[in-house]
Design a protein around this ligand. Structure first.
Ligand code: ZN
Length: 384
């Protein structure tokens, strides 16, 4: 834990992550003189963030009182995908109190989508999920310059949510929020330096350095999908040539699969194209499981390209873990094995001596989990 964080933030995070704790244990864990801790607790109680929670088991002598986050704290996590909205209301321990999901089309634009988000949050309120919200966080899958999502560029999402719900709001990009989720409740639990690589509609990377998300000067650090991997490759949606995600992403894989089906190169894909009229990344995954050689090759080719970029990132940042998530993580162990083999072969041995490359544990829950963590962090940071 970084000691640079203010005391109240460390204290509230500790109560979030551990539940009810005695004053004595808090003083130990925060390495804090007791009078200063008690004054801070008193302040947080008066602000409505902390509540008493009965007596701790005796450690000999006078029994210490337990404190916990106020049971009235409520946070909203909004997870917006290309075709779905997930809204979850959680308490201070990040336990879901209410959850809503509906399908949507992100191309209907920010006004319509935010209206739906607000409608769902007001429904949560009338369902009794909260009296008032302490923070809202919003995961947007919106790229910096969004060709598929007209109208989202610089739309004031945070300001509008704050105005509507009277609490702090925060918006962050999907890979950062998924990385936060994975670090809180997934495979990267408590890991301070790791990369979360999302391979889906596009490819992006959440970067954790020294226990914090690294966002870069303009918030677009980790935009690895547009690193060039083939100077003779196809034109990318960004206008450049041979970007990683132009060669391997949900759309790129579907395109390659369609070619393999039309030319008859893959019997498994020929069959699926005939049955459904189109083939997707999921068909490639299924074909590979059946042992279809072309499907396996398509996944390996993609894994090799991702691995090549990651090998460079490993040399640059020396992470202690790489987590692979997003829709194409369903390509499973063939993808993972190829990424691993390239990363281990191409990075320096010192950097990969102990470098697990693993699949996301939270899967599709990474976004909403991370959004809830981010909402509490924003509210806790402002609890002063
Ligand atoms: Zn590009």
């Amino acid at each position: 834990m970084r000691t640079a964080d203010p005391l109240h933030l460390r204290l509230l995070r500790l109560l979030r992550d551990r539940g009810a704790v005695s004053r004595a244990e808090l003083a130990d864990r925060l390495q804090m003189p007791r009078p200063r801790l008690l004054a801070e607790l008193e302040r947080l109680v008066s602000l409505g963030y902390v509540a008493e929670a009965g007596l701790a088991a005796s450690r000999g002598g006078r029994r210490s009182t337990l404190v916990e986050l106020s049971p009235d704290l409520r946070f909203a996590a909004v997870d917006l995908g290309a075709s779905s909205i997930d809204v979850e209301v959680v308490n201070g321990r990040l336990e879901p109190v209410a959850a809503y999901a509906e399908s949507t089309d992100i191309r209907s634009g920010p006004k319509v989508i935010l209206q739906r988000v607000n409608d769902l949050l007001h429904k949560a309120k009338s369902d009794g999920a909260y009296e008032r919200l302490h923070a809202v966080s919003f995961r947007d899958g919106v790229p910096v310059s969004p060709p598929i999502m007209p109208g989202w560029d610089r739309f004031p999402v945070r300001e509008l949510l704050t105005r509507e719900h009277g609490c702090p709001a925060v918006a962050d990009n999907d890979v950062n929020i998924m990385a936060i989720g994975e670090r809180h409740g997934g495979v990267a639990h408590s890991v301070d330096d790791f990369l979360f690589v999302k391979i889906g509609t596009g490819i992006g990377c959440g970067i954790y350095l020294a226990g914090e998300v690294y966002r870069g000067t303009d918030g677009c650090a980790g935009d690895i999908g547009h690193i060039q991997v083939d100077s003779h490759g196809p034109v990318c949606s960004c206008g450049n040539v041979g970007c990683l995600e132009a060669l391997f992403s949900g759309a790129a894989l579907a395109k390659d699969a369609t070619v393999a089906a039309r030319t008859g190169a893959s019997p498994a894909l020929v069959e699926r194209l005939a049955a459904a009229g189109a083939v997707t990344a999921l068909d490639v995954a299924e074909g590979a499981i059946e042992g279809d050689v072309t499907c396996i090759r398509l996944i390996r080719d993609g894994g090799r390209r991702v691995g090549g970029v990651l090998a460079g990132l490993v040399s640059f940042a020396n992470p202690s873990m790489i987590v692979i998530g997003g829709g194409l993580a369903q390509l499973g162990h063939i993808l993972l094995a190829e990424i691993r083999s390239v990363v281990y072969r191409r990075s320096l041995p010192l950097a990969t001596g102990n470098l697990p490359v693993v699949l996301s544990e939270l899967g599709s829950r990474a976004g909403v989990t991370g959004a809830a963590v981010l909402a509490t962090d924003v509210a806790f940071g402002e609890a002063s």
